[in-house]
Design a binder for this molecule. Structure first.
Ligand SMILES: Nc1ncnc2c1ncn2[C@@H]1O[C@H](COP(=O)(O)OP(=O)(O)OP(=O)(O)O)[C@@H](O)[C@H]1O
Ligand SMILES: [Mg+2]
Length: 235
């Protein structure tokens, strides 16, 4: 039995104010599967995440979450309906503690605070530390924890491994693998490190200048390093 479609994008043109960045994006992500979004700097990966979340300006096209049109809804309503966004900038509140940073986003559901602490024991140890007293890796764990505690159905991760030490990257990869395979979650993972992203996802798209230039299965692209290199370099 196939899963329902968690997210469907059709004919998306979007950008910032009058500036258009995304050109005619179409996507379907079945529930409980994951999508890698690859592409070099500036091709529109973050703009795609912002468009789904409602921060960017949608010029035309439709966005459906489990069959419901959400393209006219403000960010807050999209969040309430189950989309959580871990932005590239992490956006931790510096003068709130780890625990307070999470509690501002908390909703009753599958991810109570204690469960987030089980996933990230480090956050439990640092629960009273202020946001500005955290390492980059801890900030990223907190950003992911804060997204989970809102009990999302669709989790958007924007370059969550950027600038982190290899040991933290490995730990986060394990967490993402767990979330993608064991949880009732649909995940979009934006990454520069294509190989890492392809290892944990089902489907992949490659963006180039705001357009989808490749769409396929992550496993297939992973086994074709030459094609992957060509796609990523073709900017
Ligand atoms: N707030 C903004 N206002 C106007 N233009 C923007 C804004 N944010 C991004 N852009 C432009 O939109 C284009 C796509 O940027 P975007 O941030 O989506 O790329 P990206 O693929 O996420 O890049 P990176 O890998 O560096 O994060 C770029 O040309 C960028 O300059
Ligand atoms: Mg980006």
């Amino acid at each position: 039995m196939s899963n329902p479609i968690a997210l469907r994008l059709e004919g998306i043109h979007a950008g910032y104010g009058e500036l258009n960045i995304l050109e005619n994006i179409a996507l379907e992500i079945p529930a409980k599967t994951s999508l890698a979004v690859l592409g070099r700097n500036g091709v529109g990966k973050t703009t795609l995440m912002s468009t789904i979340m409602g921060h960017a300006t949608l010029h035309s096209g439709s966005i459906q979450l489990f069959g419901q049109s959400i393209e006219r809804l403000p960010v807050y309503d999209r969040s309430r309906l189950g989309i959580a966004y871990v932005p590239q900038t992490r956006d931790i509140f510096p003068s709130l503690s780890v625990e307070e940073n999470m509690l501002v986003a908390a909703r009753p559901g599958r991810w109570p605070l204690e469960r987030v602490y089980e996933l990230f024991p480090r956050l439990a140890e640092r629960r009273s530390n202020m946001g500005n007293q955290l390492s980059g890796g801890e900030q990223q764990m907190l950003a992911v924890g804060r997204a989970l505690i809102s009990d999302p159905k669709l989790l958007l991760l924007d370059e969550p491994l950027e600038g982190l030490a290899p040991v933290i990257v490995q730990m986060l990869m394990e967490v993402f693998k767990k979330l993608i395979t064991q949880e009732d979650l649909t995940v979009i993972l934006v990454e520069q490190s294509a190989k890492l992203a392809l290892q944990v996802t089902n489907q992949v798209i490659v963006l180039n200048r705001g357009q989808v230039t490749f769409q396929g299965l992550s496993q297939d692209l992973l086994s074709q390093p030459e094609q992957l290199a060509k796609l990523i370099a073709a900017n």
